[in-house]
Design a protein around this ligand. Structure first.
Ligand SMILES: [Zn+2]
Length: 145
């Protein structure tokens, strides 16, 4: 452990003891004993610290999730150029893969729906080279795609 962490822990424990002592004196002046009040205050502060800490951890993980959702949202947004179904005018519109998309034509003000189609294609097959022997010049390579 480094010095800063030790210092923070030291100050925290010191403060807790100080506050517990104060409550011990104040409380025992009214009712009960000094140590009774001391340990009750100590325990309350300790439990409070755990609750506060777990709250901080939860808040951090929530904001982390929020960031991930936003990043995903940005990634799923594309801008494409489409012709209006009513007047055939080109429009540039953002689309998102995870929702229904529409756009309003800039030319005729009609609202167009956007339908997306995906299809699978074969990948380009690797180039095969064929060697054909030619007299006097050794060989020549032909590439077949
Ligand atoms: Zn239009």
């Amino acid at each position: 452990m480094n010095k800063t962490i030790l210092l923070v822990i030291g100050i925290s424990v010191g403060l807790t003891c100080l506050i517990s002592t104060l409550f011990g004196f104040a409380g025992s002046a009214i009712i009960g004993t000094f140590w009774g009040w001391f340990w009750v205050t100590f325990l309350i502060k300790f439990v409070g610290f755990i609750v506060f800490n777990s709250y901080l951890i939860q808040r951090d993980s929530l904001s982390q999730q929020q960031i991930e959702v936003e990043a995903l949202d940005k990634l799923s947004k594309f801008t494409i150029k489409l012709t209006c179904a009513y007047c055939q005018q080109y429009n540039t519109t953002p689309i998102q893969l995870n929702q229904k998309n529409t756009f309003k034509c800039e030319s005729c003000n009609q609202v167009n729906g956007i339908s997306m189609q995906f299809m699978a294609t074969t990948l380009t097959s690797p180039i095969e080279s064929v060697k054909i022997p030619i007299e006097n010049s050794g060989s020549i390579e032909f590439k077949v795609t």
